[in-house]
Design a protein around this ligand. Sequence first.
Ligand SMILES: [Zn+2]
Length: 389
Amino acid sequence: MKGNNNLILNISLFTLLIVLPLFAAENNQLCKVFHHGSQDNQVLSDCNAVLEVGKVVFYFTKEPKIELVSEKQLDNQKKQIIFSFSSAIIKSDEYTRVLQALQRIKPLNYTLALKQVKQGLQFSISYNPSKVEIVYDTCDLINLYKGAVFTFYSKELLEKIKEEGKPLIRMVSNEIKPHVIIDCGHGGSDIGTVGYNNLKEKDITLQIGLKVAQLLKKNGFDVQLTRDCDIFMPLDQRTICNANPNKAVFVSIHANASENINASGIETFCLSPPLLRQCFKTMDEYNSRILEYMVCEQFKKSNKLATFLHQHVITCAHQKNSYVRNRHVKYAVSQVLLGAVVPSALVELGFLSNKYEATLLQNTEYQEALATGICSGILAYFNSLNSLS
Ligand SMILES: [Zn+2]
């Protein structure tokens, strides 16, 4: 797109009307922004939740090009760093929503701003470099979008770990009740997918989620539901968790849909490790080694959780109906998984767009079987941790 401005000045209005839509088609549109932050960064020094103090994910229609525009020292010990997403645009009606997403969480040691300039979008971060370390990269998201991820780490904590040679992952005594966050996907104005016979995803996820919570409580778990009725819950609020990350998990419940009405089956997602590892490219070697280790631990646990969860859900589903298709565990990035600071997995329990599966998912006995599968998968995960300690 460089040099196009001069060209446009010299062409007639007629050509302008034809050429502009073509240029517009080349633009990369910013669709939404997700900002997840931690208010409290002075708790335990060996806790993942505290090391990562915030994260911003930009959702684009195409892979964004992140360029460092400038870095300057501000007077109050703060630094300002400006990045550009070249050729990226944001529709004016989306602008307010995006700015609100950036401002809703008030992080302690950094502030964020976004503006449209001639060359694209400019994203600026003002932060205290003695408190915050920034890493960033692009990524593939679970849906049609491409992402740009900026993660903020606690610099103080990184330094402390370096000085004291503290072990990064502390073994937690078994007396603490395991904490499970059950996320009933969608809700309120966000209805999720709509399937056969107008069946809404938000209703199915709530019905099954409530059954899972009941079963987990009976099994001695400390359960947190992201919603227990038909209300809208922003994605960044779903992942808020004050529990010890070594003794907690996050499970998000969803149902699928496809244009192919024959598509069916159950699949489970967890975050992709290569993507997470990419985030460390811009860090110095020592810090990137520490983070790599922590991410690997987190990934191993999420992968283990997803594997147990999937195995048990499939087994229980097959007890009710042997035709249910096993679509296996898959790696991908989704907004809720990115936001979760504890091991996390997302399970898609079937296709609402498939007439047969939609009917099955409304059946109480089948819902109970799926809930039993989710609960026993979580139980198996925690048992496997205990057998290691
Ligand atoms: Zn969903």
